[in-house]
Design a protein around this ligand. Structure first.
Ligand code: HEM
Length: 521
């Protein structure tokens, strides 16, 4: 974390530093005075002793998923660290995570009002804002129903089971074409650069009824900047926890704010075009259906919750943002693992060759016949744990967990990485082994094992795009594996070190792909 703090500090004068220091001392003393009394029968949370002002920032370091997992061995499955001046409860044990998010789901369903979250979707994000519970619930319900109806909408042509399958299938085939032509032209390709445009096109199709060319500079530059977004909103961003940092010049924060402004402007422009051409009798996409909803004012009749039009139509911003970065990261890691484990890549291709054949494009309904591919995807989710923490949570009232008192409005980190690497849950968790998700005879998926993987969160804040996410990862991979063979450039091996953020990505790299000559168009 010390290293994470440094880039945030620009040139600062002595007087500025003194003012900041004095302010911090006052804030620190006020916080100490505000500490709540612990009710009888409950104990305080264990955890490392914080230093004044910076708290446990140095121990948390640059890879909070690893350091906080290690701390859990010392302090137990639920404990407290202090990041800057703010106490944060860390929950990492499988049972305790379930207890907090499912059995006591309501108590842990809030979002903290973190500084960086205020820039996302103009502070009106469904996923990141600390909206009042009723408003968040109403928006979430609306978002879920919009996604569900568009994901299950009939495709244009009868060969597809639904519009979602049609979008993914077409984009998957474009991606194969694109990678083939980039290979011809450049001799290598950057996996994230191309995958992210294809995945963004699927969610653009659903949200905005349009797709973009792989050469569209606006879309390409916007979606390729998602690393910078994730680095700031990942659990433990110093400026969110050490208040004076936000008053100091920071290149990272400036880039983050610019990126959010560009993203909002991009979505706003499309939303305005939708308002201009809106026709109640021809709902074209999710944006139209949200506009329609505002017109009808049929939102959550039972709850009397007033949600502004802006917040309703703004849902599309969340869906678009969440809908491309997560899936592209999963796919890009998958390609890298195929390269790192060529024997696994071969086995995956053989399964598709035998069960689907090479003449027709794979479909979502092939899932049941491709248990090894399913097992591979689960192992990618588990082993990378590329969303190491959920989005930070916050307690909605005074509560307790494992006999420890947790006051209202406490920020909570849920360590998904720890659940996915827990030696009590997994045999040899550090090894990459898709077979762990197959039955003993290796012919079927072991669904119970699969349910232990935690990557979509759980309970009240569980990801609303899970079905779309799982479908896209499956179908894109099936299409890529059927038609292409991936490898490292001669003499190179892939660097599998993740870079910490909300979604952990691999370093940008160049890979090689060649057509499977036996696969037909
Ligand atoms: C592989 C793909 C995906 C993964 C791994 C993933 C994972 C997650 C996680 C971990 C959370 C936070 C849960 C929490 O805070 O407890 C989340 C929230 C969310 N996800 Fe996803 N996601 C994926 C795809 C998608 C897609 C495709 C969409 C939309 C089209 C989406 C929309 C959302 C939204 C709106 C939230 C916020 C929910 C809330 O705060 O109530 N996600 N996702």
């Amino acid at each position: 974390m010390a290293l994470m703090v440094l880039p945030l500090l620009g040139p600062v004068s002595v007087s500025e530093s003194l003012v900041a220091l004095a302010t911090l001392c006052v804030v620190y003393l006020l916080l100490q005075l505000q500490r709540k009394k612990i009710p009888e029968g409950l104990s305080p949370l264990p955890g490392p002793k914080p230093l004044p002002i910076i708290g446990n920032v140095l121990e948390v370091g640059n890879n909070p998923h690893l350091s906080l997992t290690a701390m859990s061995k010392r302090y137990g499955p639920v404990y407290q660290v202090q990041i800057g001046t703010r106490p944060v409860v860390v929950i990492g044990g499988n049972e305790v995570v379930r207890q907090a998010l499912i059995k006591q789901g309501e108590d842990f369903s809030g979002r903290p009002d973190l500084y960086s979250f205020g820039f996302i979707n103009d502070g009106k994000s469904l996923a990141f804002s600390s909206d009042q519970a009723g408003v968040w619930r109403a928006r979430r319900k609306l978002a879920l129903s919009a996604l569900r109806s568009f994901a299950t909408l009939e495709g244009e042509s009868p060969e597809y089971s639904c519009a979602l399958e049609e979008h993914i299938s077409k984009e998957g085939l474009y991606l194969v074409e694109r990678l083939t032509s980039v290979m011809k032209q450049d001799g290598s390709f950057d996996p994230f650069r191309h995958i992210v445009v294809s995945v963004a096109n699927v969610i653009c199709g659903m949200c905005f009824g349009r797709r973009y060319s792989h050469d569209d500079q606006e879309l390409v530059s916007l979606v390729n900047l998602s690393d910078e977004f994730g680095q700031v909103v990942g659990s433990g961003n110093p400026a969110d926890f050490i208040p004076f940092l936000r008053f100091l010049p920071s290149k990272t924060m400036k880039k983050f704010v610019d990126l959010n402004n560009r993203f909002n402007a991009f979505v706003q422009r499309i939303v305005h075009q939708h308002y201009d051409t809106f026709d109640k009798d021809n709902i074209r996409d999710i944006t139209d259906s949200l506009i329609d909803h505002c017109e009808d004012r049929k939102l959550d009749e039972n709850s009397n919750v007033q949600v502004s039009d802006e917040k309703i139509v703004g849902i599309v911003n969340d869906l678009f943002g969440a809908g491309f970065d997560t899936i592209s990261t999963a796919l890009s890691w998958s390609v890298l693992y195929m390269v790192a484990y060529p024997e696994i890549q071969e086995k995956l291709h053989q399964e598709i060759k035998e069960k689907v054949g090479l003449e027709r494009t794979p479909r979502l309904s092939d899932k049941a016949d491709l248990p090894y591919l399913e097992a591979f995807i689960l192992e990618i989710f588990r082993h990378t744990s590329f969303l190491p923490f959920t989005i930070p949570h916050c307690t909605t009232k005074d509560t307790s967990l494992n006999g420890h008192f947790i006051p209202k409005d406490t920020c909570v980190f849920i360590n998904q990485w720890q659940v996915n690497h827990d030696t009590d849950l997994w045999k040899d968790p550090s090894s990459f082994c898709p077979d762990r998700f197959l039955t003993a005879d290796g012919t079927e998926l072991n669904k119970l094992e699969g349910e232990k993987v935690m990557i979509f969160g759980m309970g009240k804040r569980r990801c609303i795009g899970e079905l779309i996410g799982r479908s896209e990862v499956f179908l894109f991979l099936a299409i890529l594996l059927q038609r292409l063979q991936f490898s490292a450039l001669p003499g190179e091996s892939p660097d599998m070190t993740p870079e910490y953020g909300l979604t952990m990505k691999h370093k940008r790299c160049q890979l090689y792909a060649c057509a499977r000559t036996e696969a037909q168009g």
